[in-house]
Design a protein around this ligand. Sequence first.
Ligand code: ADP
Length: 394
Amino acid sequence: MKILIINSGSSSIKFQLMAMPSEVLICTGLVERIGYETATITYKTDVDTIKQTHNIANHKDGLGRVVDLLMDPEHGVISNTDEVEIVGHRVVHGGNSFSDTTFITPEVKDKVEEYIALAPLHNPGNLEGILVAEDIFPNAKQVVVFDTAFHQTIPEKAKKYAIPNELYEKYGIQVYGFHGTSHQYVSEKTNEYLKLASSKIITIHLGNGCSMTAVMDGKSIDHSLGFTPSNGLIMGSRSGDIDHGLIFHLVNNLDYTLDEVKTLVTNKSGMLGLTGHMDLRDIEAAAKSGNKDCILALEMNTYRIKKYIGSYVAAMNGLDAIVFTAGIGENSSLIRKMVCEDMDFFGIELNQAENELRTPGLREISMNSSKVKVLVVPTNEELEIAKQAYTLVN
Ligand code: ADP
C-alpha cells in the first residue's frame, strides 16, 4: 500500500511517498517558495534527483506539479493517482479536540480552521494542503496527524497556567505542546531499545525550533513549549523563556508596539539575537575562533537544556535515558557534550569518543557505567505519520 505524506507550510510542501507496512521510502521531495515566479521543486528517488524552477502560484499548482513528477513516464513512481491509497497530513495544532490520528471529515477541517487562531503561522498552510490533496487524490483516504496530539496526556497540574480558571475553561488557554510526532517517534524507538517494563525518558528535539518532553511509560507528562511554540529552550530565532514583565517594559517604557515585541522575541532573538547567526554550524565555527558572543550563546543554550533536564528528573522522580534528536541534536557533538557536562549527580556520563562518531541510526553515546543512557535517535516525523495513518486505515 502506498502512502503519501504531506507536510504543507505557508509557502512550501514537503512530501514523501512510502510503501507500508514495509516502510520503504519510494520518493521524497519539497516544493519551496510557493507564490513566487522562482518556486523550486526538488524530487528524489533511489535513482534520480530532479530540481525544477517554475512559477507556482499556489498549493494546488505546487501539488499538481508534484503529481506530474510522480507519474512522469521517465522518472515517475506511479502510473495514476489512485495508486496512492492514503494521504497522511501533518497538522500543527489540534487544540484539545484530538488526542489521536483521525480521518479527515468536514468537522475535522472546521476544527483545523478554528485553531488557526492558536497557530497562525502553521494551520493555514496545513489546511490548504488538505483541501488540495482531497481534490487531487479523490479516492485516497485522507488522514491527519496532529503535532499537539502526543501531549494530550500532560496532566492538568503541568498544563494549566496560574491565571484565572475562566481563561482555561472558556478559551482553552493552556500548554498544548508541539513537535509531538517527533517526540513520539524517538521515545518509541528508545523504549524499543531500552526494553524496560516502565521507563522515564527525556527527549530533546533541537532543530530551528527546540523543545523537550518528559516521557513516562511512553506518555508525554510535561513539555517545554506551551500555548504557542515560543516557550522553553533558546531556539534559532525565538527567545524561549523570558520574564513576561519584559514585554510590558518594552511597550510602556521603550516605545515598542506589540507587533514589534512579537517580531523581536520570535524572529530576532534566540541564537540569532545573541550571535547574529541562526545556523548552529556558523556559531560553532565562530566560537572555535574565539568569538565571545558565540561562546556565551552556546553556554546559555546548553545551560537552559540542563535546567529543563533537572526539572523533568524532579517531575518523574528518576531518569533512564536522555535522547537527542533533530538537526542539532543528531549532528552537534559539541551541544551534546556541553549538555552532559557536570551532570554526574544525575548519573549522566557521556562517552566522548562515541559522541564524536557519526554512525547513522540510533546510537548509545554514554559510558557503560552511566546510570542514565544517553542516546542519539534520528527523528522521522514522516515515518511516524505513515505508521499512524496505516494503523488507522487497517
Ligand atoms: P527544522 O526545525 O527546520 O526542521 P532541523 O531539525 O532540520 O530544523 O535542524 C536545522 C538546524 O540543525 C540547522 O539550523 C543547524 O543549526 C543544525 N545543524 C544541521 N547540521 C548540523 C551540524 N552538522 N552541526 C551542527 N548543527 C547542525
